[in-house]
Design a binder for this molecule. Structure first.
Ligand code: GUN
Length: 287
């Protein structure tokens, strides 16, 4: 039996519809939600992602500020831009697109963002709050995956989840979100032994490797009725693909996300949601 496609475009639209209403409400309170993006260098994929984020903001009435910086920008210059955005009361969310050119350090950069404007949930403050189940701003891709489970009424309690990623943006936040829903989470990475066996034992496989030469998830690696969430996107044989062979795994899975049109649109939608949250947080300061 073929499984159900988890359609990220439809779920993202439902999030955007809610955000649009929240923007109208904030406007009536005199708050104009604004997201500032910072893009350093000329990575074409990053430029496309940032463009899509701006377009999505426009669709829901969030204003944007666009900072495009030269590939040779120094850490001092980048720090100064972040400091200015932190101090700019008209800006509610700050997103520094990753990866950064090699002269710039990701931790040094993202940890300077004001936690109240940290729409990526990457600052030590917000990552710590997430680990303690108290976060208001959570990384966009992980919260987008949780929204997908919620949309389809997928119960996580007691489920065995194999998570193939341990990054600060995806694996670590997802680990906490899943654990907080009482799932049992095994976090895998490049040094994990018996990955195939672990995948076969899982009720849910969430994969974010992003290199088909290293890893492809196929139907023989999952159990009957498993749920497959594919967070990866990469170019392989001239096509945009995820880690999973979608047409193959959907024959055996109960639910699976396609690529493109799966988790990707959710990341953007949750960024909009976080910007609204950040705008609301700013209005509560001093109250
Ligand atoms: N690069 C890839 N995904 C992301 C993301 O969610 N946030 C940022 N800042 N950079 C990214």
């Amino acid at each position: 039996m073929t499984g159900t496609k988890i359609d990220g475009k439809i779920i993202a639209q439902s999030v955007k519809d809610r955000v649009k209403k929240a923007v109208v409400e904030l406007n009536t309170q005199g708050i104009k939600p604004c997201l500032a993006t910072v893009l350093v260098g000329d990575n074409p994929a990053s430029a496309t992602y940032v463009r899509n984020k701006h377009k999505a903001c426009e669709e829901v009435g969030i204003t944007t500020k666009d900072h495009k910086l030269d590939a040779n920008t120094s850490q001092v210059q980048l720090n100064e831009i972040i400091e200015n955005l932190n101090n700019d009361n008209s800006v509610h969310g700050i997103l520094v697109q990753l990866p950064l050119p090699e002269q710039l350090d990701e931790f040094t950069t993202t940890s300077r963002i004001s936690p109240l404007k940290d729409v990526d949930g990457l600052t030590p403050h917000n990552a710590g709050l997430l680990a303690m189940k108290k976060a208001a701003l959570v990384a966009c891709t992980p919260s987008g995956v949780m929204e997908m489970f919620d949309f389809h009424g997928i119960e996580l309690e007691g489920k065995n989840v194999v998570l193939i990623n341990r990054s600060n943006l995806v694996g670590k936040p997802l680990y906490h979100l899943l654990l907080d829903k009482n799932a049992t989470v095994i976090t895998c990475h490049s040094k994990t032994k018996n990955l195939e066996e672990l995948c076969k034992s899982a009720d849910i496989v969430i994969t974010a490797v992003g290199d088909r030469n290293k890893f492809t998830l196929t139907s023989d690696m999952i159990k009957d009725g498993a749920i497959v969430i594919d967070v990866a996107i990469s170019r392989f044989k001239e096509k945009l693909v995820g880690d999973a062979d979608y047409e193959d795994v959907i024959q055996k899975a109960s639910f699976a996300t396609p690529v493109p049109g799966g988790v990707g649109p959710m990341t953007v939608a949750m960024l909009l949601k976080n910007t609204i949250t950040a705008a609301s947080l700013s209005s509560q300061i001093g109250k």
